[in-house]
Ligand binder design. Structure first.
Ligand SMILES: [Zn+2]
Length: 154
C-alpha cells in the first residue's frame, strides 16, 4: 500500500529539492511547481519543487482540484450542519456544527491515506511537514537537507 513519507523542517529553513521531477522522476526537469501554504500568523510558506513541464501542468491541476474539493466539502458540511441543527438550541450548537462539518472530510482523508498526492506540505507552528509519496525521493530530500532535518527532529 502506498503511503507518504513525512519529513519535518523548521519553517524558516529553505529546503533543497532533488533535481529530479517530482512527478515522473526525470532528471534535471528544468521547470517547477509552486506550492504555497498559509501559516497561522498570516504569512506564507512557498516552495518551488522541480518538475518537468508536463508533470508540472498535471500536478498543478491536481492540487487545484484538491483545493476546490476541500472548499466544496466544507461548504456542504456547513449547509448540512445548519439543516440538522435547525431546531436545536442547546449550548453546544457551534461545536456540534463543527463536528458535523468535519465528518464530511472523513472519506477524503481516508482516500488520501490510500492514494497520497505526489507531495504535500503542512504548516503547523514553526514546523513545516513535507510529505512525499515516493520513498526514494523522500530519502534523497532528507540527504540534501540532512543537517536541518536532524535539527528539526531535535
Ligand atoms: Zn515529470
Amino acid at each position: 500500500m502506498p503511503r507518504s513519507t513525512n519529513i519535518q523542517l523548521a519553517k524558516t529553513y529553505d529546503p533543497k529539492f532533488p533535481d529530479t521531477c517530482i512527478g515522473c522522476g526525470g532528471m534535471a526537469p528544468g521547470a517547477s511547481i509552486e506550492l504555497r501554504r498559509k501559516d497561522l500568523e498570516g504569512g506564507h510558506v512557498i516552495v518551488q519543487i522541480p518538475a518537468c513541464p508536463v508533470c508540472a501542468t498535471r500536478l498543478r491541476r491536481k492540487h487545484r482540484v484538491e483545493t476546490a474539493l476541500t472548499w466544496i466539502i466544507a461548504g456542504i458540511g456547513i449547509v448540512v450542519a445548519q439543516w440538522l441543527l435547525r431546531s436545536y438550541e442547546g449550548p453546544f450548537k457551534k461545536w456540534l456544527a463543527v463536528g458535523i462539518a468535519v465528518i464530511g472530510f472523513v472519506p477524503m482523508v481516508i482516500w488520501r491515506l490510500l492514494f497520497p498526492l505526489e507531495f504535500n506540505m503542512t504548516v503547523l507552528g514553526n514546523t513545516v511537514t513535507y510529505a512525499f509519496r515516493d520513498p526514494a525521493y523522500a530519502q534523497e530530500f532528507v540527504m540534501r537537507n540532512f543537517a536541518a532535518v536532524a535539527e528539526a527532529a531535535g
